[in-house]
Write a protein that binds this ligand. Sequence first.
Ligand SMILES: C[S@@+](CC[C@H](N)C(=O)[O-])C[C@H]1O[C@@H](n2cnc3c(N)ncnc32)[C@H](O)[C@@H]1O
Length: 317
Amino acid sequence: MKPDWAGDDLLSRLVNAAIGFKPLYALMKVGAKHVLQSTAEQNGVPWRATVRQLQNTPEIQEIRAELENPKVEYPDYYVQPFHAYEEGNLNWLAAFEVESATYSMALRTFPDQGLSPAQAQQRLRDGIHGALRDFQRRHSARALEDAVDIGCSAGVSSRFLAAEFPNAQVIGVDLSPHFLAVAEWRERTEPRPGRRRVRYRHAPMEATSLASGCADVVAASFVIHECRPGAIRALIAEARRLLRPCGVLLLADNNPRSKTIQNLPPALFTLMKSTEPWSDEYYQMDIEEAMREAGFLGVETAEADHRHRAVLGLAPS
Ligand SMILES: C[S@@+](CC[C@H](N)C(=O)[O-])C[C@H]1O[C@@H](n2cnc3c(N)ncnc32)[C@H](O)[C@@H]1O
């Protein structure tokens, strides 16, 4: 079941028409950024200070040159304006703001509970990793030694995954060399004792060029609502290739069936739709079915929290 504000319903078409009107769209983009930034700063996320710090760290630009794979070809959908950035994810401002946006998103998930940004983020990840552990236990899935974090962005999800499974080797994959440079810089300058170092790779999720059968878990958190359906199917097929027998695919994202998502205030869903061009398609796509079609077994959906789901499936043995 999709929310009324997605798909072909009247409400959805009205919102889409408003977004299609360019001067209004320009205002919406500014509004979306303002909501994110002010929620973050009111709740203790140092949004602008972080941007300034990262802007004054030339080493990050050098790391980008090290990590960037010049042979990578960017799909069309990736080079469009996104999240209110004209160049989508391929720019420094997006890279310097994305961690703050991730912490802000967690705070908005658990509002009015007096949580710090770190506590809210931990709770968000606990919900996802709890669903993964429960699925692994019930399906006697493989112990987690190697994990691939698809769409790792600036590394927040990879670092939490590595902390949850401290003996695992986590590889973060993303298409933005700017985001990866921030992730790698954090890894170099803020080493976390007690867990293995995350490695980062610049590649499309559709064709990571990692070895077949290299992973016990392939995770993609908050990635698929940003991708067109064909790309989601390609990600699922690539995950199937990467997973060892009885390995687990975990797709965590907004839950179209959750009351919170269904009842989002109009201002919020309009802002969301105005900055995430593929969200309509995401809310209508049957992700479980796509995983079954790709050969995954025991496919099921767990509620990670009141607005996010974890869709899980097992690679055949
Ligand atoms: C919202 S972020 C995910 C954040 C992160 N996984 C987390 O949980 O905090 C989505 C990420 O997916 C990446 N992405 C989108 N399409 C991609 C593709 N085709 N291949 C690789 N990464 C992609 C974007 O660059 C972005 O960093």
